[in-house]
Ligand binder design. Structure first.
Ligand SMILES: [Zn+2]
Length: 129
């Protein structure tokens, strides 16, 4: 399965963020799925006359990417194509993201509970004095 969290795991954060920027500024000209291949042309961030062809391949749950840019592998263009594809699929929120969100909610709740305990403790400490 191809998912955002799986894709993100393959890239350095800097590359991921640059790719997201490319995607959000509409530099992915089109995206197509061809069996296990997801491919699309991406306009260069530095030269609008240049277009790179980026391919993402999913083999046995592993994600591989190739690109005609100088970086060639796991570049920002693949990030942009992957995100364009995911958006075109209109996928629901990624499982991992939902999980992280729920975890952060739980943490916030725990924080509140911990603070309440501290307050009770302080009140009782005052009373005992
Ligand atoms: Zn590239």
């Amino acid at each position: 399965m191809f998912s955002k969290s799986k894709l993100k795991d393959k890239f350095a954060l800097v590359t991921w963020n640059r790719g997201l920027h490319l995607f959000r500024s509409h530099n992915v000209l089109s995206v197509a799925k061809d069996g296990d291949l997801i491919r699309g042309p991406v306009r260069s961030a530095t030269n609008a006359q240049v277009t790179y062809l980026s391919v993402i391949e999913v083999i046995d749950d592993e994600i591989f990417t190739r690109c005609t840019c100088p970086v060639a592998r796991y570049c920002k263009h693949a990030v942009a194509v992957g995100n364009e594809f995911l958006e075109s699929q209109d996928t629901a929120a990624d499982d991992k993201e939902v999980e992280q969100w729920l975890t952060s909610l739980k943490k916030a709740e725990n924080g509140v509970a911990a603070r309440k305990k501290v307050i009770v403790y302080l009140l009782e400490y005052k009373k005992s004095k």
